[in-house]
Design a protein around this ligand. Sequence first.
Ligand SMILES: Cc1ncc(COP(=O)(O)O)c(C=O)c1O
Length: 394
Amino acid sequence: MRLSKRMKKMEDKELLRLMELADDPNMISFAGGFPSPETYPLKEIKESFLAVLERYGQEALSYSSTSGFSPLRAKIANRMNEKYSTSLTEDEVIITSGSQQALDMSGMLFIDKGDMILCETPSYLGALNIFKAYGAEFLEVPTDSKGIIPEALEEKVRKYGDRIKMAYVIPDFQNPTCRCWTVERRKEFINIMKHYDIAILEDSAYSDITYEEMNRPPLISLDERGQVINCGSFSKIFCPGFRVAWICTKKQMIEKYMMLKPSIDLSSSSINQRMIDMYLEKFSLDHHISQIIELYRRRRDLALETMKMYFPDSVEFDKPKGGLFAWIRLPDNKNARELLELALERKVAFVPGGSFYSKNGKENEFRLNYSNMPEDKIVKGIKILGEILTVFLR
Ligand SMILES: Cc1ncc(COP(=O)(O)O)c(C=O)c1O
């Protein structure tokens, strides 16, 4: 069949294979970025669904408006305002079907073939793949433990100027490294983007999963000019299955997203939006989040302790302060894809770090998810990895 050229860019067979293998019930999978299903609040969800059907009847099962269910948009705006001192209104929020859709629409909105997208290295694979499909080229800016490096950023931006259509960044507990930008770096980043008038797509998928009190204002709260498009999601803090997420930005930009949305899915699920709205009305999302954070903190600590115990000394990793991943570095001359093949033979999966670079990236890193495996499997899987690493790094 005569498929589009775009398809060539989308064919990441390695990742598909990994995700399929991860479905094997005998596999100890540290590969996905999934929350733990045992945290999904079934009883409260059931109660909320019933309440929605009672309150709204058939209307709940119809299409939603393009911008989304208005009470939910208002609650999202209020939550942002309370937490981050923004002054968003519900007109500055649009509901999307997962934040993956927000990324897709942003690609559609900004990218023509050959345009440049500025991004952190490494960065979220799911975003890089979409932007690639729209024909983007990537301007990769190095990051360190404090976030994107301003000097490197300025140098690149000065060089490529108008060709840069948008910057895509994940300042809070980034996927895959779990790094969190310092306040200073956030301010420096905003200032540079302001100077060169570049739109910022801020992905806040992991912002609420934090293990320490930290001052980390979202970029949208530091934005005086309306340059930031912030996307958030209920996936990691509630349940990914509802596919309900949001974009917050100036009304003018929301209107652009609204023009795209009907041609993509007409509207996000009406009943799911109402269910989440009802849940927010009846229960405390923040209480729920505090419970899942406790579970993930225990799993993070266990994963790290076990890694310290069983991984050879030449393997490096930091303690993530939030998010769902540990980012692990092998010595420079070692390849994590080769390590993965050995691990899969022993039924352990993870994602090699090279997949998170838009161009040829480093191959000596890998990402390990600790949120979605029970404690006994975390220990078992990491012990197996330790045994393999001891031989692999000899
Ligand atoms: C950084 C980041 N952004 C966006 C998404 C998409 O999440 P969802 O579409 O479930 O909201 C993910 C999923 O893992 C992610 O890691």
